[in-house]
Design a protein around this ligand. Structure first.
Ligand code: AMP
Ligand code: MN
Ligand code: MN
Ligand code: MN
Length: 287
């Protein structure tokens, strides 16, 4: 079987490994094709490309865009994007600007709850100074002893109703899907099981995404419990969406490793089924 992993992070966003090291880890784990999908930034793709060519890994240029839809944050993964496309690059730049203003407000909120110095603390954990996010705050909060681990940190802080959470308006679904498509890419709904939509909202969301030209949905992801795979495989089929697979790897020892998830259910149409960069692999494995 081809091992294809289409969702992971480097230290260009909230992962801990440099892009080249993410690629090396994928290669060591037996991954044939990898998409690097940093949050709201494509800066890691150039060095990931060099490493992928050297390691014989097929690199799919990707990004994970932060979106506000129906009052909730959702993530849209773009695959086979052109990172140099001006509209996409400008849109991501605007999101990063908003993200940094949010980081200041998060730190102010933590300070009002008696936790000072969070901005500087989170910033020290961020390699990319334009991309400070909740994960960086969480790593600092753990380091400072405010919580024992990342999971507990997100239960006590940084989530609705808890210190460090602030409302934030990301970009629109229309923008995210539009930029991805304008740059030649395919838009894919990231970890649909993570959103607090009721069943009706979920269907409306899938409809809206399809209407905008969205084409795929993650079925097998590190964010889904195995008991959810079937539900999202069925939804993919019902909405004529292609299925994707990705660990959403961030750091060694944190969550699921690259390329270590189960395969897509056999009745799913994979997002990669018509990708020319994989065609030679298909013919090779099928001889
Ligand atoms: P942000 O885009 O800055 O709001 O940060 C979102 C990121 O926070 C996600 O991509 C995850 O990496 C991380 N995250 C969110 N919720 C949790 C959680 N419960 N446990 C661990 N990491 C989380
Ligand atoms: Mn993340
Ligand atoms: Mn995500
Ligand atoms: Mn992710």
């Amino acid at each position: 079987m081809l091992n294809i992993d289409l969702h992971c992070h480097s230290n260009v966003s909230d992962g801990v490994l440099a892009p080249a090291d993410v690629v090396a880890r994928a290669a060591a784990n037996g991954v044939h094709a990898l998409a690097l999908t940093d949050h709201d930034d494509v800066d890691g793709l150039a060095s990931a490309r060099v490493a992928a060519d050297a390691a014989g890994v097929i690199l799919i240029p990707g990004v994970e865009i932060s979106v506000t839809w129906g009052g909730q944050t959702v993530h849209i993964v773009g695959l086979r994007i052109d990172p140099r496309h001006p509209e996409l690059a400008a849109g991501l730049g605007a999101i990063r600007k908003g993200r940094m203003a949010r980081a200041r407000r998060m730190a102010d909120d933590l300070a009002s709850h008696g936790i000072a110095g969070a901005y500087e603390g989170a910033d020290a954990h961020a390699v990319n100074k334009q991309m400070v996010g909740r994960t960086h705050f969480a790593r600092w909060l753990v380091e400072q002893g405010h919580a024992p681990d990342m999971r507990t940190t997100f239960k006590r802080f940084l989530t609705p109703g808890h210190p460090g959470f602030v409302e934030h308006e990301w970009t629109t679904l229309e923008n995210a899907v539009g930029w991805i498509r304008a740059s030649g890419g395919m838009a894919v709904i990231a970890h649909p099981g993570r959103y607090a939509f009721n069943p009706r909202q979920l269907l409306l969301f899938l409809d809206a995404f399809r209407a905008l030209g969205g084409e795929g949905i993650e079925v097998i992801t590190g964010s889904h419990h195995p008991s959810e795979y079937g539900k999202f495989a069925d939804l993919a089929r019902a909405f004529s969406l292609k299925a994707s697979r990705g660990a959403d790897f961030h750091a060694p020892g944190e969550g699921i490793d690259i390329g270590r998830l189960p395969a897509l259910p056999h009745y799913c149409k994979p997002v990669w089924q018509d990708w020319p960069e994989l065609a030679s692999h298909f013919s090779l494995t099928h001889v």
